[in-house]
Design a protein around this ligand. Structure first.
Ligand code: ZN
Ligand code: CU
Length: 484
């Protein structure tokens, strides 16, 4: 009889491909899946009786802002407790590296922490810090356009000059050489909004040869969303690179009901170029407090405020009435601040979530003292609420969106599937009880139904909580594979 570290018996295997489940045993040896089969004959240090519960590849959170958390809070409980074993950082144009700050980080880089959190002048320094911290989850990293702009420009409310773009591009190339997954942009934010299509298009040139991706928090998600999508497709097409539209949504009341039209535009593009998107399963967004998004018809909750921390948890309407100000004036007084905007229609969100090109990304904000519940709840919410309870998508489909699809699209090698020889990133969960418990009122809550999580073969989490063993590592870019 052969030896192995862990033997999982009688699990309902969801392998990540979207195939229907089958009951198997699985053996883990070191950081790899050693064998999958029936009645496996191994002498195991640990045996887990799965009793028909679901075993899937660990979830890949494709849209995070965990750049500094994976180093400063390496237990990564908000993610590990959901069955997430890999996070992709550096989204929305903001990455913790490579960064040279002059003063405070500009909005929205401040979502990643204050100036003291930005300690990585090069991508190599960031990779070394991740590996030194040994977080509980694996880390893949994008490079943010806004971070690059801030390194090379004296002010962000203008377009970059040719020489500035050249300098930004050299930094991007260096990071790609060091294993970065691609480039992200956040053209909606004032710190990048003055960038032209041409600026991003020129900056993105090194992606193609590297086999890397372009992800984008688009210039707008409101009335002109179709134009913003076209801009994203243009930048990607000109560079022959895949594009991933971040947190695709129809934001703002005037824009509700347009998800069919938006998805049709995505499908049209997909007919001729690799394109996809990610989505979080909530009808509310969250970011820094943006005066352009203040709308008296939309409920806005303040999550933090530097001058008025005592207002966190209150709605902007409550604060405005306390101060006897308009909501816009109250928002001005709260700046800099963070907010949750209940500005998405549930029907649009569901349509986007269930589209075959959509991956799952939490967009959680780990530095927020009162975070949007997506930080702790995204993945169990998709599986429990939207798959089991509402039957919006089948369990194998939902798992596929969290595992193989992101691994292929971002070029994460030997993960995202349960295959012999692949890394043992695994989650065992109860499909009958898995559910998010984090709410807008009480957002810092672990989910229920996650039984065990392994990261690179390391038993990292059980129903009792984190084991204290952390198995994550930095993941360099592999080869992307796009199946439209
Ligand atoms: Zn974003
Ligand atoms: Cu984001």
């Amino acid at each position: 009889m052969q030896n192995c570290d862990t033997l999982i018996r009688n699990a309902s295997l969801l392998d990540g491909t979207g195939a229907p489940p089958q009951i198997v045993d699985l053996a883990i040896c070191g950081d790899r899946i050693e064998a999958i089969g029936h009645a496996l004959d191994y002498n195991a240090a640990i045996t887990v009786e799965a009793q028909g519960r679901s075993l899937s590849p660990g979830f890949i959170d494709v849209h995070t802002h965990d750049d500094t958390s994976v180093i400063d809070a390496p237990a990564m409980l908000p993610k590990l407790s959901q069955g997430v074993t890999t996070v992709i950082v550096g989204n929305c144009g903001i990455s913790a590296s490579p960064v040279h700050l002059r003063g405070d980080p500009p909005d929205p880089m401040n979502l990643l922490g204050d100036a003291s959190a930005f300690r990585y002048p090069t991508f190599a320094a960031y990779v070394a810090a991740v590996n030194d911290a040994r977080p509980s989850v694996n880390v893949g990293a994008l490079i943010g356009h806004t971070s690059l702009r801030n390194n090379h420009m004296d002010r962000l409310d203008r377009v970059a000059t040719d020489s500035e773009i050249t300098a930004m591009r050299a930094q991007l190339q260096e990071a790609l050489d060091g294993g970065a997954l691609g480039l992200s942009s956040g053209l909606a934010y004032l710190s990048a909004n003055s960038a032209t299509t041409e600026e991003v298009l020129t900056l993105a040139q090194p992606l193609s040869l590297a086999g890397a991706v372009y992800t984008t928090h688009m210039r707008t998600e409101t009335e002109a969303i179709l134009d913003a999508m076209q801009e994203s497709f243009t930048i990607a097409r000109a560079n022959h690179v895949p594009v991933i539209i971040s947190h695709l949504k129809c934001a703002g009341i005037a824009n509700w009901g347009r998800s069919a039209e938006v998805l049709e535009a995505l499908d049209t593009a997909r007919a001729s170029q690799p394109a996809g998107c990610d989505c979080y399963p909530y009808a509310a967004g969250s970011s820094t407090l943006d005066l352009r998004q203040v709308d008296e018809r939309v409920a806005i909750a303040i999550t933090w405020s530097t001058p008025h921390p005592e207002m966190a948890g209150q709605t902007l309407a409550q604060i405005a009435s306390t101060w006897n100000l308009s909501q816009l004036d109250a928002a001005r007084r709260l700046q800099p601040a963070g907010a949750i905007y209940h500005s998405i229609s549930e029907a649009d969100m569901r349509r986007i979530l269930s589209h075959p090109a959509t991956m799952i990304g939490s967009d959680g904000l780990p530095n927020d003292p009162r975070p949007h519940p997506r930080l702790w709840g995204t993945f169990p919410r998709v599986l429990g609420r939207y798959s089991r309870e509402e039957k919006l998508l089948t369990l194998p489909e939902a798992i596929h969106k969290m595992t193989q699809m992101p691994a292929q699209r971002f070029g994460i090698a030997q993960r995202g599937l349960i295959r012999e020889g692949f890394f043992a990133d695994l989650v065992l969960f109860d499909p009958d009880t898995i559910l998010d418990l984090a709410t807008f009122e009480d957002p810092v809550q672990a989910s229920t139904g996650i039984e065990s999580v392994w990261v690179n073969g390391v038993p990292s989490y059980t129903k009792e909580g984190a084991t204290g063993q952390r198995g994550g590592r930095f993941i360099p870019r592999g080869r992307t594979a796009w199946i439209q």
